[in-house]
Structures are given as structure tokens and as C-alpha cells.
Ligand binder design. Sequence first.
Ligand code: ATP
Ligand code: MG
Length: 246
Amino acid sequence: MNRVKTGIKGLDTLVEGGFPKGRSVLVSGGCGTGKTILSMQYIYSGAKDFGEPGVYVTLDERPDLLREDCLRFGWDLAKLEDKNLMQIIDGSIAKLGIPSEEEFSLPVTGFDIDKLLLETMRIIKRIGAKRVVIDSIPALGFNFKDENEVRKAILKLSYMLMRSGVTSIMTSEVAEGDQRYGKYGVEEYVVDGVIVLHYMGVGTQSNRTLHVRKMRATNHSEDLHPLKIGKKGIEISKIEDEYNDV
Ligand SMILES: Nc1ncnc2c1ncn2[C@@H]1O[C@H](COP(=O)(O)OP(=O)(O)OP(=O)(O)O)[C@@H](O)[C@H]1O
Ligand SMILES: [Mg+2]
């Protein structure tokens, strides 16, 4: 099994060296748990450290704000975009019927999954992308009245990503304590891996944790691992390391 290094410090060793190549992983967690930062780090590091072009489909946040926030971690996305090492597809305001000023975006008239898929496939081919992020799945469901339609869309999306050979991350919001990992009850089954991020609130030293819930074809860690958002992005540590710090 070929592995794709995530570029997230401390994560690869938990999953036998990286994500299974050509598969998709769901990153699930409550609001502010670090799903977007982790996904962007996967794309940024893929492009910068491993020379693997990536496509970031943003359905929640505006690309200009993402670029700005990422500078805080020293990640200059625009520089990589100029070199076609990464591209951001803006689906964030198409949902609302407002035109985007981005180079790659969706038509304003009727946000639909097929247009999003076509645009994503086009950019994957154009830059020879090896990595893709869809942030987030619940935002895809925004314009659907029927949850079955959303489920169909998610299946279609994961099939298309698999066909294109990329290794992908999809994100999903779930409330802390929710037994499900996706909002529509299908996400966790169509993906090959599920990573859950938790935020325990205040009062403890390691209030953020990461847990590999499943990773097909992988002998993965089953522990809750402390997660830190530092100056260079996300870092995962082993529980022993955390004790050694004290
Ligand atoms: N520069 C930084 N240094 C330390 N922590 C940060 C920094 N920037 C953001 N954070 C933390 O990360 C959180 C945001 O992370 P992120 O946007 O990845 O979460 P998310 O899971 O995608 O949330 P949402 O569900 O709202 O999309 C912030 O609420 C803050 O706690
Ligand atoms: Mg987010």
C-alpha cells in the first residue's frame, strides 16, 4: 500500500506513514476544532514539501480570508497558486448567488453539485493535482431540500474523486457528543478513513485532541492524541510526550 505523507507533524506515524494513496479521509469535528487548518496544511505541505499539486474547494470560507489567515502560519498560498502547485475553488458565495472575484469559482446561477464536480475535475487535470480537499460537506447540502439528494451527491463526489486518483480530505461538522461522524449518515461509510477532532473547552493543558476513528488497510493508533495549533500550524503529539513536557 502506497502512503501519502500528510505533512502534519505527528500524524503520519499514527497511520503507518500516511493516508492510503488514492483514498479519501473524512475529518470530522465541532466548530473551531481545526478542520480547516488541518486540511489546508495537507494541501500546503503537499505542494511545498512534496511537490504534489493540490486543489482546495472551499464552500464555507472565502478564499481571500483563507489566504490571509494562513499567512499567520507562514503559509503563502498565493505563491503556490501562481506556480500552479495549488488552486482554490471558491464555492463559498456561489451558494448565496453572489458572484466571486476569484479566478476559479462556480457560476452564480444555481449552485449545483455537477457544476462543482466539473470545475473540480477540470482544475485537477489542469494542474495535475494529487491531493484534494472539500471543505465542507454540510455546505454542499445547503441548496438541497431533500437529504436523499445530498446523500446521492456525496456518493457521486466520492466516486469522482476516487476515479481521478487523488488522495482527498472531506470535512464535516458534528456537534461534540454526536454519535455520528457525518451530518447525513453516509459520509463515514463512503470514505476510507475518519479522523475526529475534539475540543474539550477550557481548563486543561491539552484541550484539543485528535483520534483516528478508522483507516482502512491500516493498523492505526486508537488513542486520543493531544493536538496543538502552533506558529507553524497543527502538531500532534503522543500522550507520553505530553506527560514528559510537564
Ligand atoms: N494562528 C492561530 N494560532 C493558534 N490557534 C489558532 C490560530 N488560528 C486559529 N486558531 C484556532 O483554530 C480555530 C479555527 O480552526 P479551524 O478554522 O480550522 O476550525 P474548523 O474546525 O474548520 O471550524 P469551523 O467548523 O468553524 O469551520 C480558531 O477558533 C482558534 O481556536
Ligand atoms: Mg472550517
